[in-house]
Design a protein around this ligand. Structure first.
Ligand code: UFG
Length: 342
């Protein structure tokens, strides 16, 4: 079935890869993005890869009048809500921004969906809603202990969406992402962080690409096998495929009122040193690094039990760490300054 999907935040890192996957699966897409952390060049390149132009509506997800207009003009079957802010550290310093954009923005969107009678939604949530886990792997039933305003702002939206789904018989899903990395194998779209990267993969990529001098490894005295933190890294194209599987499930199989939370991870954890070793193997040279103090708020180790996504909508991650590094490195080499050159 060919459907029209509204993708908020569609020009961003996860959004752009998800658009490619949706278009390749035969869906039509409408993108709402304010371009605060994204480039229109990403959408042009999505159009190039998929062989179809992508329409951008530039605007803020909190703009109710704009949302009403979008829903009046386009026959939207499902909303993929990816727009939001995502820096954990910034959220501690400026919680207001996180509740305004993430939480209020989602309320404005869900309210406009309700006015327009649009009754399917996928929300981009995060594994940080689990906080420091008692047990790994993490199933969706694990305790929720969000530790930052970022995580709280996302968890509030999960509850909000579940409330709308139950009250108005929507079909909805909260997707809890683990650590998305990598890039489209074409090297044409990828992660383009503003300023100094806050995350491991883009930082390593920029050191490997000689844009930054040295990687700091934040702590090597954690209770893990090699002392560095372990995470469940997932190829962004696998993550994108997970969104398509979730959308198709909502369109074809879901029951009205349901709103499960679903992990998108691989089920496999790698330490910072293991990731660095794979990057060095991929690049074929040493990447400058030093041990630095721990970063506040880091949890030693966590990874997903991804069985929920497999049983609910038949999805599992397929790409390994070598592929994540190779694709991320190809993107970095082809676009040393991100989309800036466009
Ligand atoms: N790390 C370094 N050096 C760096 C950057 C990161 O050693 O320069 C380490 C971190 O200390 C951590 C690991 O690499 O141990 C991964 O860090 P990331 O910042 O890449 O990822 P996080 O697990 O901290 O968080 C990410 C996103 C969040 C999201 C979360 C979901 O930043 O937005 O994954 O689990 F919510």
């Amino acid at each position: 079935m060919h459907s029209t999907i509204l993708v908020t935040g569609g020009a961003g890192y996860i959004g752009s890869h998800t658009l490619v996957a949706l278009l390749e699966d035969g869906h039509r897409v409408v993108v709402l993005d304010d371009l605060s952390n994204a480039s229109p060049a990403a959408l042009a390149r999505v159009g190039e890869i998929a062989g179809k132009p992508v329409q951008l509506i530039r605007g803020d997800v909190r703009d109710g009048a704009l949302l009403d207009q979008i829903f009046a003009m386009h026959p939207i079957d499902c909303v993929l809500h990816l727009a939001g802010v995502k820096a954990v550290g910034e959220s501690v310093a400026n919680p207001q921004k996180y509740f305004e954009i993430n939480t209020q923005g989602s309320l404005a969107l869900f309210s406009a969906m309700q006015r327009a009678g649009v009754a399917r939604a996928v929300f981009s949530s995060t594994a940080t809603v689990y906080g420091a886990p008692e047990f790994v792997p993490l199933t969706e039933a694990a305790a929720l202990r969000p530790e930052s305003p970022y995580a709280t702002s996302k968890l509030a939206v999960e509850y909000m969406l579940a409330g709308f789904a139950r009250a108005h018989s929507w079909r909805a899903i909260n997707l809890r992402y683990f650590n998305p990395v990598g890039a489209h194998p074409s090297g044409r779209i990828g992660e383009d962080p503003l300023g100094e990267p806050a995350n491991l993969f883009p930082y390593i990529a920029q050191v490997a690409g000689k844009r930054r001098q040295i990687l700091s490894i934040f702590g090597n005295d954690y209770p893990t096998a090699d002392g560095t933190c372990e995470r469940d890294y997932i190829h962004v194209c696998d993550l994108a495929a997970g969104h398509v599987a979730a959308v198709n499930y909502l369109l074809n199989h879901a029951m009205p009122g349901e709103c499960p939370a679903v992990n998108l991870g691989t089920g496999q954890a790698y330490s910072v040193l293991q990731v660095l070793a794979q990057w060095q193997a991929t690049c074929g040279f040493d990447i400058a690094h030093q041990i630095a103090p721990r970063r506040a708020g880091d949890v030693p180790s966590y990874f997903a039990n991804p069985a929920g996504a497999q049983s609910l909508f038949g999805w599992r991650a397929r790409q390994d760490l070598a592929r994540m590094c190779a694709d991320h490195w190809a993107w970095q080499q082809q676009n040393p300054h991100g989309y800036n050159a466009d």
